[in-house]
Design a protein around this ligand. Structure first.
Ligand SMILES: NC(=O)c1ccc[n+]([C@@H]2O[C@H](COP(=O)([O-])OP(=O)(O)OC[C@H]3O[C@@H](n4cnc5c(N)ncnc54)[C@H](OP(=O)(O)O)[C@@H]3O)[C@@H](O)[C@H]2O)c1
Length: 352
């Protein structure tokens, strides 16, 4: 089937290190003509951005990124070469190219065709459009792994999700509710209705007062079993004050503090390192466990997300949709850190 395609396609590739406006070029690149065993070739309908995309673009040295490299990780598309896998030509799928895989194959999501392992692909439920579905894998798997693999959350327990309107946070709320957990989440006041529409039991507006102060002044009873920071806070206060609102044995899961290059950002990250790694609880440090989630693709997580979507228990959250040509504008949007869910690229102009 691949041989019936034209040989070249357009892809957004990072050609050098820097901000998207500096680093990205829309290039003609070959359509992958050789698949290794277990891979499928996909015609991309829609792709979604994640903060890791622009963060790596701006930081990874060339000897690791081996630029030019096609960017981004989340996609929806159609199988055009099933390569002996369990899929068939024409299957409509959701796919995930994690960072480690992208660095190995130099394949990405904002491109007309891409190859990826069949194990990183699942059938898209027909009730969800490609533009709605494409942003599920990376943030959805991060949410699942934060809650259950790292956070060990059990049905009936309560989780506090810091950043309920972020992509990871919005998925974590819905997944935790679907597993029978109680969920409290924060966002700015303008996103209160949105976060409540996801099913939270309680809501905190972080613009009224720092969240750790609100929780110290009005501690939950019982205390939370888990806190998931779905923002990537650099300031450690929510963790260092957590004995007041996180149960003994409870875990604080961070999606990864990445400091800005400012004195405040650097001083905050030094405090976090000091609290988390250098001052254990027996030396007077915070008597709660701090853990970092680092998403790794798990086929069973992608399949669980697909089932939740099909059952209507997980609703995609899309902030905005941009055309393929307007990918740089999409990066401007995600970089505001104000997106309410996924920032999506409609790669195939005909995709819903
Ligand atoms: N470690 C991993 O494996 C992994 C995987 C995925 C993502 N991440 C990281 O997780 C973070 C979230 O990713 P994402 O894709 O979900 O981001 P995103 O969708 O771009 O997040 C934007 C949202 O964050 C909210 N927000 C910003 N500052 C906030 C604050 N102080 N308190 C509460 N909400 C706040 C904004 O709401 P308001 O407008 O209301 O402020 C906005 O809705 C990023 O740092 C990302 O790099 C890590």
């Amino acid at each position: 089937m691949a041989s019936q395609l034209t040989s070249s396609q357009r892809a957004w590739t990072a050609v050098k290190r820097g901000s998207p406006a500096k680093a990205l070029a829309l290039q003609d690149v070959p359509i992958p003509s050789k698949l290794v065993e277990g891979e499928v070739l996909v015609k991309v309908q829609a792709a979604a951005l994640n903060p890791v995309g622009y963060k790596l673009m701006g930081t990874l040295p060339n000897f690791i990124a081996r630029r030019p490299i096609t960017v981004e990780h989340d996609l929806a598309g159609v199988i055009v070469d099933a390569n002996g896998s369990e899929f068939s030509i024409g299957d409509e799928i959701i796919g995930f190219i994690p960072v480690q895989l992208q660095l190995k194959t130099r394949q990405g999501a904002i491109t007309e065709y891409t190859r990826l392992p069949a194990s990183n692909v699942t059938i898209r439920p027909p009730n969800i459009t490609p533009t709605d579905a494409c942003g599920i894998p990376l943030a959805g798997e991060t949410a699942m792994q934060s809650l259950f693999d790292v956070g060990k959350l059990e049905p009936g327990q309560t989780v506090f999700i810091n950043g309920g309107s972020s992509s990871v946070g919005a998925f974590a709320i819905q997944i935790a509710k679907a597993r029978g957990c109680k969920v409290v989440a924060s966002a700015s006041g303008k996103n209160e209705d949105f976060v409540k529409s996801l099913g939270v039991d309680d809501f905190l507006d972080y613009t009224k007062a720092p969240i750790h102060k609100q929780l110290e002044d009005n501690p939950p009873s019982p205390k939370y079993h888990l806190i998931v920071d779905a923002v990537g806070l650099v300031n450690p206060s929510l963790y260092t004050h957590s004995e007041a609102y996180l149960a003994p044995g409870g875990v604080f899961v961070s999606t990864g503090p990445l400091p800005s290059f400012s004195w405040k950002g650097i001083s905050d990250i030094v405090s976090t390192i000091n609290e988390v790694f250098l001052r254990p609880s027996w030396l007077g440090g915070t008597k709660r466990t701090w853990k970092l989630v680092n998403v790794v693709h798990k086929k069973e997580d992608l399949y669980s997300l697909r089932d939740l979507l099909a059952d209507g228990k997980l609703k995609p959250v899309v902030d905005s949709i941009f055309s393929f040509e307007d990918t740089l504008k999409a990066y401007d949007r995600i970089k505001t850190q104000r997106a309410k869910g996924k920032v999506v690229i409609r790669v195939d102009p005909k995709a819903d």
